[in-house]
Design a binder for this molecule. Structure first.
Ligand code: ATP
Ligand code: MG
Length: 689
């Protein structure tokens, strides 16, 4: 018997969906691994499985669903509802609304830690630092320890954080991380050790957690068998998408919560593993079956439903040369005459022009902007294209680049909410206090240190004599915080109080005050969609909305817009037409990632991920030269670039963009090829500093 909602699935997909769900209902049977290539319907199958569980009586409140981004989690929840509707009709909404445990690993971790804070000695009012906050805290401490002054060659705050994060997530000793990934920092091992120890201490004293802590504390919590049983026992089913990009901490959390793997389903593709720089390891997915007794059942899928045959063949051509691989090549029934295009253009300006022309042509032929995406290896690669799109008034949203939250005024307002929740959060307090005229870093630091040890920090703040020259700003500041601290206005009224307090500062500090005020009103609207300040802050910190071409920053909800995305952020998604720009050595593979074979292999998988996002049409563009001083001004120095080493030429159609005069040979052509690659890399890195 096949239920109506499963009719569209193939037999393998169906077997994964119904695994462990018999006529007597949804039981938590042994673990299941779905491992298969891109576009084979893994995510679709997972959504059907969740729906099938619910239809067969599983309690949606006891289903934990973890995806790569909050966007993916929301999309999954919508799909689940659509599928449930086919069986349950309009009643489905009530059940799928109860699917509240759907989110990212970090987001779910934050909620669990909040619930169990008392059991593990955390103050439940903890606030969460995003990467920038963490780097700022690292910097404050570096400064305190005198490390930035005494030695100018000491690693930057960003590098310090990256080293720390790598060691934590891969559970690897510092010395080894330095040796294998940051050899140029190895001489600083002792200083880094001191810095990290002080950093950990500061976080605890200030009651803040960074991204890594969310996993670290969670893993620590479930290493206690009683707590593990308690937390694991809250869920009958735990399902994880994109499992190839989890790290060891994440797999240990799953294992601790479900030691026998009952009710556990993980889904992934080892050929798409692209997060090893955050300590994700392919071993997680490869070792999953054998890590349980009895071992997990494995379902593989081999039919691709997304891409046409020529696109799939080209993508397979890239991944075929990979050194190590579990998933097999896919096949598709989608025939097409249209081979992917490899387009040589003169430079980045011509590349931008070419892509925009194609996009507009596609739109003439009926594709919306939303059907199309432009992908790139590094966020700053899209600069010239963004300029061209803006010039031609084509709206776009950029994923994986600047976030709404990165805007200073948005951070200021959120800092007020965060500081009210946790007045020991020094990074938030530091940011906030320096908005007041007359308060500099030293005064801010002194005040923050003074109130931090008080059991009632906000009350203590009210007792402090106003610093000189703060005038009535000091009183307004203290009143605002006390009002928020007492929760007088409730949520989301609080954000309004913070906004009214902040506006005069905004007007004083920024010339484009009106645009920024509009942003803050939008932030208020976003906030009203959240049940509490805490959920709002957690979500925005962990997975903030992306920036758009519209100055307002938040996604343009109704309009048609083009997607620009880093390849990393394009994971799991698909578009009718895909453009991958800068397909040259130095960009992909990035010249920052050609140190080891493993790094080069990961770059190859990145290109595979990019190419497999395309359904009907795929363009890979190759600028022949890059200008070393930004824009193409006459006489600027330029360097030549070579087509990426990963592209299997035989499977593509070659194009020269002929609408523009061809590049004239220049003295640059005779330069040493390796030097050229280095130059391209240096320029790519320097462009947006
Ligand atoms: P990725 O590896 O990129 O995450 P995936 O394996 O998760 O891909 P999905 O995104 O689930 O693949 O599916 C790819 C496309 O194929 C989607 O448009 C989906 O709707 C479609 N699809 C999946 N299974 C079927 C099916 N049985 N019949 C028709 N279309 C399908
Ligand atoms: Mg998927």
């Amino acid at each position: 018997m096949t239920a109506a909602h499963l009719e569209t699935l193939n037999d393998r997909q169906k077997s994964a969906v119904v695994h462990g769900i018999g006529p007597e209902g949804a039981k938590a049977e042994g673990p299941l691994l779905i491992i298969a290539g891109a576009g084979s319907g893994k995510t679709n199958t997972l959504a059907h499985r969740v729906a099938h569980l619910i239809v067969n009586g599983a309690d949606p409140r006891r289903i934990l669903l973890m995806t790569f981004s909050r966007r993916a989690a929301n999309e999954m929840a919508r799909r689940v509802e659509r599928i449930c509707r086919k069986v349950l009709g309009t009643n489905a909404g009530v059940l799928t609304d109860a699917l509240t445990w759907a989110g990212t690993f970090h987001g779910i971790g934050a909620r669990i830690l909040r619930d169990y804070a008392y059991e593990i000695g955390l103050d439940p009012g903890f606030t969460i630092h995003d990467r920038e906050d963490s780097a700022d805290l690292m910097n404050l401490i570096r400064h305190d320890l005198g490390l930035s002054k005494t030695e100018s060659r000491f690693p930057t705050k960003g590098t310090c954080l990256a080293i720390y994060s790598r060691a934590v997530n891969s559970e690897t000793p510092l010395a080894e991380v330095l040796r294998s990934a940051y050899p140029w920092c190895a001489t600083w091992e002792k200083e880094l050790r001191d810095l990290f120890a002080a950093y950990v201490e500061a976080k605890q004293a200030q009651n803040v957690l960074d991204y890594d802590d969310l996993l670290l504390y969670w893993a620590q919590t479930v290493s206690d068998p009683d707590l593990a049983a308690d937390i694991g026992g809250r869920f009958d089913h735990m399902l994880v998408d994109e499992y190839q990009d989890t790290n060891r901490l994440q797999s240990s959390i799953l294992k601790a919560m479900k030691p026998d793997g009952r009710g556990l389903t993980v889904v992934g593709d080892d050929a798409q593993s692209i997060y090893s720089f955050r300590a994700a390891t392919i071993r997680n997915i490869l070792d999953f079956p054998a890590s349980f007794d009895p071992p997990a059942d494995i379902v593989t899928l081999d039919r691709n439903y997304r891409s046409t045959q020529p696109i799939l063949a080209a993508a397979n051509g890239v991944i075929d040369l990979a050194r190590e691989r579990f998933t097999k090549n896919l096949w598709t029934e989608r025939q097409s005459e249209d081979r992917p295009r490899l387009v040589t253009v003169r430079d980045e300006a011509e590349q931008a022009n070419y892509i925009v022309e194609q996009i507009l042509e596609n739109r003439e032929r009926g594709q919306t902007l939303k059907d199309q995406a432009v992908l790139f290896r590094a966020s700053h690669h899209s600069g010239p294209l963004e300029i061209e799109l803006t010039r031609r008034n084509i709206p776009f949203v950029k994923f994986g680049g600047l976030k709404f939250l990165d805007a200073a005024h948005v951070k200021d307002l959120l800092a007020a909410l965060r500081f009210a929740q946790n007045p020991r959060d020094k990074v938030a307090g530091f940011r906030l206090m320096q908005l007041l005229p007359g308060v500099g870093p030293q005064t801010a630091s002194k005040i923050l240190d003074a109130i931090a040890t008080d059991p009632q920090p906000l009350a203590a703040l009210a007792e402090i004599p106003p610093p000189p020259r703060t005038g009535e700003d000091w009183g307004r500041f203290v009143d605002m915080l006390n009002s928020l601290g007492k929760g007088e206005a409730g949520w989301p009224g609080e954000i309004e109080i913070a906004r009214l307090w902040y506006e005069p500062h905004l007007e004083r500090l920024h010339e484009d005050g009106d645009t920024r005020k509009a942003d803050l009103l939008q932030l208020g609207q976003i906030a009203s969609g959240y049940p509490s300040r805490d959920r709002f802050l957690t979500d925005l910190t962990l997975d903030p909305p992306d920036a758009t071409s519209d100055q307002a920053g938040v996604p343009l909800l109704d309009e048609d817009y083009l997607i620009l995305s880093t390849i990393h952020s394009a994971k799991g998604q698909e578009w009718t037409s895909v453009f991958v720009l800068n397909c040259v050595d130095g960009c992909i593979p990035s010249d920052l990632a050609v140190g080891t074979t493993a790094e080069i292999e990961e770059e190859r998988r990145l290109l595979y991920v990019a190419m497999t996002r395309a359904k009907d049409s795929l363009h890979l563009t190759i600028p022949q030269r890059f200008f070393t001083h930004g824009q193409n001004a006459q006489g600027d120095r330029h360097v030549y670039a070579a087509r990426t080493r990963f592209i299997p030429a035989t499977l593509l159609q070659f194009f020269e963009s002929s609408a523009w005069p061809q590049a004239q040979p220049s003295s640059g052509a005779t330069r040493d090829a390796r030097q050229i690659r280095l130059d391209v890399g240096a320029r790519m890195r320097g462009m947006w500093k």
